[in-house]
Write a new protein. Structure first.
Length: 71
């Protein structure tokens, strides 16, 4: 299972907000923004800041996706 933040990027487009603008408003670092861009895990504290900034729920900005394992 992997994490996807595609919902976050789509929400930012809908809100006409850039990634850096969201990071500054939410109070997260560039390092966290980089981890989000690479679909890497981030702390729940960071996700809380993002959700408060965007006035949304965590399910609106991230999801777990199943990876197909082929042998």
């Amino acid at each position: 299972m992997a994490i996807s933040y595609n919902k976050l990027w789509k929400l930012l487009i809908d809100k006409n907000m850039g990634r850096t603008q969201m990071a500054n408003k939410a109070g997260i670092t560039g390092n966290i923004l980089g981890r989000l861009s690479r679909n890497e895990p981030v702390s729940m504290g960071s996700m809380e800041k993002i959700c408060k900034c965007l006035d949304c729920n965590i399910g609106d900005v991230m999801e777990f996706v199943w990876e197909n394992k082929e042998k």
